[in-house]
Design a protein around this ligand. Structure first.
Ligand SMILES: [Zn+2]
Length: 424
């Protein structure tokens, strides 16, 4: 990596950012701050000043760090993709065609597809292979302007492979410029060998997996797929409570297909986020809006599965703090495309582009409990920013499905530049 930690980015058309060190909720989500003709100073990786470009270039004319002319283009905070499953072995491209041709999930399973095929391929993958695939996927995310990503285990469903996934993510976080936040999700599915003995698998997670993961300090969060025919609310509560006892912050996959009590559990247990929420009940929206739990929506998955989108408008109008993420995974939604998420959220979910920016930055950071260090551009936070190839942030959704990211700066270092590609 080129050791550039202090940088002055000047001559921007505008700097656009949500503000604050706490999540932005409800009507406040649209209040992004726009500073025209601005400059931003990052010293030792941390933002120290934002102001008028002419004033700042004069004030820092003897600046000994790097100066970068933004060429009258727009600067935004780096995106935070707060929900992904980006470490897995193998691919399921045939299964995708089967699904689109109308094959049922049961038939797909019979044909050797489904999550169990990923579990098998991930168990068989070496750490080196998973690392290589992970590095490639992180590079792609970076090119879309993502500067912080969360990744979940959950394709091992045994202690050895769950730990393997988490260790690979740890190493990637050390060697790749993206910050990688690690979540243990052993409760992603029931492994085939525990068919009919589901509670025994829950016990194994609580008595073996979680203590091992905690001992190695290899994850920050613990997540559960709380859904009909997967982990019920009682099993989910047991796992998240055990995780909490061992220092893992709860997260939950909730209300994706049916509402089975996951969101109420999220609020009661103090989860950092409740994710999916396609079929959230009105009373649970009320509970979420009165809580600190972030409502994380994953429109790529709903799009890919042809499901109805989560009720973003209702959640925001009720005062919830909404985040958006990719849910990148090998089955239901293989994408890291931020432009796709932006298009779906603004065109189908009735979110304004300003709300979407907040959901992909400050509130994404809050879903990872990182809102005090990243997610917005203001003094005291990491210098994590992107420059897009337009003079207005409104092109982010106007120019449908196109990646406008020209440069990415992570903690004051230029790490991606279109044309030169990766420069770390
Ligand atoms: Zn997920």
């Amino acid at each position: 990596m080129i050791p550039i930690n202090s940088i002055l980015v000047y001559n921007t058309s505008e700097i656009v950012t949500p503000k604050g060190f706490t999540p932005s909720r409800g009507n406040a989500m649209k209040n992004t701050e726009i500073t025209k003709n601005a400059a931003i100073l990052i010293e030792n990786g941390i933002i120290t000043e934002i102001g008028n470009s002419d004033y700042m270039t004069d004030k820092y004319k003897n600046f000994d760090g790097i100066t970068l002319d933004a060429g009258k283009k727009t600067v935004l905070p780096g995106f935070v993709d707060s929900h992904t499953h980006f470490i897995w072995g193998g691919y399921r491209e045939n299964e995708f065609s089967w699904r689109l041709s109308g094959m049922s999930y049961m038939e797909i399973m019979k044909n050797g597809g489904g999550i169990n095929s990923t579990v098998k391929m991930t168990r068989e993958s070496t750490s080196e292979n998973l690392y290589e695939l992970g590095f490639k996927r992180l590079n792609s995310m970076l090119s879309f302007g993502v500067t912080t990503v969360e990744g979940k285990s959950g394709y091992g469903l045994d202690a050895e492979t769950e730990l393997k996934q988490l260790r690979v993510m740890k190493k990637l976080g050390e060697n790749h410029p993206l910050d990688v936040v690690k979540t243990f999700m052993g409760a992603h599915a029931f492994p085939e060998e525990f068919k009919g003995k589901e509670n025994a698998f829950v016990d194994l997670i609580c008595e073996e997996f979680i203590p091992k993961i905690s001992e190695e300090k290899i994850a920050e969060f613990c997540d559960v797929f709380c859904e009909e025919n997967v982990f019920n609310a009682v099993q989910s509560e047991k796992i998240l409570k055990t995780g909490k006892k061992y220092g893992l912050i709860p997260k939950i996959h909730s209300d994706e297909i049916k509402s089975v009590g996951g969101t109420e559990l999220a609020v009661n247990i103090g989860a950092a986020s409740a994710d999916h929420l396609l079929n959230i009940k009105d009373e649970d929206i009320k509970l979420l809006s009165d809580s600190e739990t972030i409502a994380t929506l994953l429109p790529g998955t709903a799009f890919s599965l042809k499901e109805n989108f989560a009720p973003a408008r209702k959640l925001i109008d009720s005062g919830c703090a909404v985040a958006l993420a990719s849910d990148m995974n090998p089955g239901s939604c293989f994408t890291e495309s931020v432009p796709l998420i932006i298009s779906l959220a603004t065109i189908y979910m009735k979110m304004s582009i300003e709300e979407v920016i907040t959901a992909l930055t400050l509130n994404g950071a809050a879903a990872l409990r990182k809102e005090k260090i990243t997610g917005s551009l203001e003094p005291g936070k990491f210098g994590d920013l992107i420059i897009i190839n337009e003079d207005s942030y409104k092109f982010l959704n106007y120019h449908i499905g196109v990646n406008l990211v020209e440069k990415v700066i992570k903690k004051g270092q230029l790490v991606f530049s279109k044309g030169d590609n990766y420069v770390f």
